[in-house]
Design a protein around this ligand. Structure first.
Ligand code: N01
Length: 535
């Protein structure tokens, strides 16, 4: 670990020590750049450090949700389960930090508070809560989902019991035995928390504003035969996944037809097969499930029938059935979510119909009714994509402030750069396909592209590189247009910023698939960083 903060002149400062930041530090340092990484947390791991709520687990299979940059790493590391749980993912992050000797250039417990581009020096001057740094290039690997959403519920500060947030869970174990617990929210975090809490707590009341679609994970010990088969040609498996729309799932192909054209029995068999396989595979049963509302409705109806089969109380089952297209909000991958509602102490309250009026000292009031509990779990998600960047007082050329630049939405080029902010790159930010992509495939791509760009600039003696405003405008137009041809605009979701009051409603991630995006980024580079201005 490097010594206490000081104004140190670097080539590259990486912000974030999650999986994006760790790889950025490794890659850029190996290329000879004087690189450091900072993270506000006391540990590496990023989202897997912060989201340590009970039940936290990845929703992409671990043999796919892992680094591909090192053959020896991917051969040596053994995942114990098909979908790794949070502690195992954290062990993996720690292992990577140790294995590649990253800690000597890593400073934890250090929050970046501001960064200003010094035009005369062509450098970023970075402020942290532990001193200042100066770097030629700034790489923000701060994660799209790292700024928790804490809704401004009236009376929250007067609640007499314990308040927990899924994305800021305490380090010390929380014993819920004998407690009367409430969960607000029914997104991916809540869907993982609820079955665990249902098994531990005396009672559990779930406050649902909008029902989620959840599909079974079918988690279990990792099949050694499958692991051996993948490891026999891991590079080939990774390459095939990089050609997939979402950067994973290469071993399953959709039926080669619209869901509407399949015979009813075949369609049902396809959905059943995917329900049995588990995870996101259901959405890949037919190629048009996310682009054709009528096809989508067939899959949505299949899941609603499953919910009614699992949940014994018909009123609760009906409340749990979503009315919007499946996949419009990110699909949840669960273990025992719907079944949890069959337990005697578990209740579902519809706050879509009867919104929360106030948190009271002993619970909350909604629709004129008082609900009593002693522990409140907010599983209310994140201020996605823009929240993490806007927490930093970021100023580009001519003092341009990021909050002014992004007042109407996150202007960017390729989801990697921002006009007016030279030599600044971000990993898995707005305008990139990260939310729809295996995160490891996304971050390895972004970091490799950034590393190539920096090398190219340096090799031709350039001091600064910056997206042009015209290239940025064209990119943002594409990001906004692409979802119009899909089901993604037919509900309120964090993809649209709709979960945060007052946030501009613009589509944040890029729709269109990882391969097309990667091709576009490669073409930009091949054409001499088309759309960029070099000084
Ligand atoms: O957050 P969410 P999340 N009053 O925004 C409700 C990833 N992830 O933390 O739908 C009442 O999905 C909100 O209601 P509504 C994954 O990408 C992955 O669960 O806005 N309710 C919703 O029900 C995921 O998509 C895993 O009407 C309020 C819930 O809170 C992303 O992180 C696990 C409210 C928030 O759901 C976010 O998931 C966990 C209010 N004022 C997360 N505000 C894996 O499995 C919000 N809600 C790997």
């Amino acid at each position: 670990m490097i010594a206490a903060a000081r104004a140190e002149a670097l080539d590259v400062l990486v912000v974030g020590a999650g999986f994006g930041g760790l790889y950025a530090l490794h890659k850029l340092r190996a290329m000879g750049w004087r690189t450091r990484a900072l993270d506000a947390a006391p540990s590496v791991g990023g989202t897997w450090w912060a989201n340590r709520y009970p039940g936290a687990r990845v929703d992409i299979q671990s043999l796919e949700y892992s680094y591909s940059f090192s053959e020896s790493l991917q051969q040596d590391w053994h995942w114990t389960e098909r979908y790794a749980a949070q502690p195992e993912l954290l062990r993996y992050a720690d292992h990577v930090a140790d294995r590649f000797d990253l800690r000597r250039d890593l400073q934890l417990d250090t929050r970046v508070t501001g960064a200003r581009f010094d035009e005369a020096a062509c450098r970023w001057q970075v402020e942290t809560d532990r001193g200042a740094w100066s770097a030629r290039f700034l790489v923000l690997a701060i994660g799209p989902l790292s700024s928790p959403n804490l809704p401004a519920f009236d009376g929250l500060d007067r609640f007499a019991g314990q308040v927990l947030h899924s994305a800021a869970w305490p380090l010390a174990p929380v014993d819920l035995a004998g407690r009367h617990v409430a969960v607000i929210g029914t997104g991916s975090s809540a869907v993982q928390i609820i079955p665990i809490v249902a098994a531990q707590a005396e009672t559990l009341t779930v406050f649902q504003r909008t029902p989620a679609y959840a599909v079974p994970a079918r988690n279990g010990p990792l099949d050694p035969a499958w692991e051996a088969r993948i490891k026999a040609d891991y590079a080939g498996f990774r390459a095939r996944n990089r050609r997939m729309y979402s950067g994973f799932g290469c071993e399953l192909s959709p039926r080669p037809m619209s869901a509407l054209d399949a015979a009813a029995g075949d369609r049902e068999a396809a959905f059943e097969e995917r329900w049995g396989i588990g995870g996101f595979s259901l959405l890949g049963a037919f190629p048009d499930l996310l682009t054709n509302l009528r096809s989508n409705e067939l899959a949505a109806d299949f899941v609603r029938r499953k919910i009614r089969e699992i949940v014994r109380d018909p009123v609760t089952a009906s409340r749990l059935c979503p009315g919007y297209p499946i996949g419009c909000k990110r699909l949840c991958v669960d273990t025992g979510y719907y079944d949890a509602y069959n337990q005697p102490g578990v209740r579902l309250v519809d706050i879509g119909a009867d919104p929360i009026e106030a948190i009271t000292p002993g619970g909350l009031r909604a629709g004129g009714r008082d609900h009593r509990f002693d522990t409140l779990i907010l599983a209310t998600g994140f201020d996605a994509y823009t929240g993490p960047l806007l927490r930093i007082d970021l100023r580009g050329r001519d003092g341009l402030r990021i909050e002014d630049k992004w007042r109407a939405g996150p202007l960017n080029y390729l989801g990697l750069t921002i006009a007016g902010f030279p030599n600044l790159f971000y990993v898995a930010g707005p305008g990139s396909p990260s939310a729809f992509t295996n995160f490891f495939v996304a971050v390895e791509h972004h970091v490799d592209w950034i590393a190539d760009c920096i090398s190219w600039l340096d090799a031709r003696g350039g001091r600064a590189i910056e997206a042009s405003e015209s290239a940025e405008a064209a990119w943002v137009a594409q990001v906004n247009l692409a979802p119009q041809r899909t089901v993604f605009t037919h509900c309120n979701s964090w993809y649209l910023g709709a979960n945060i009051p007052g946030k501009p409603r613009v589509f944040l991630p890029l729709v269109g698939g990882f391969p097309a995006y990667a091709e576009r980024c490669a073409a930009v580079a091949e054409r001499g960083y088309d759309g960029f201005v070099v000084r």
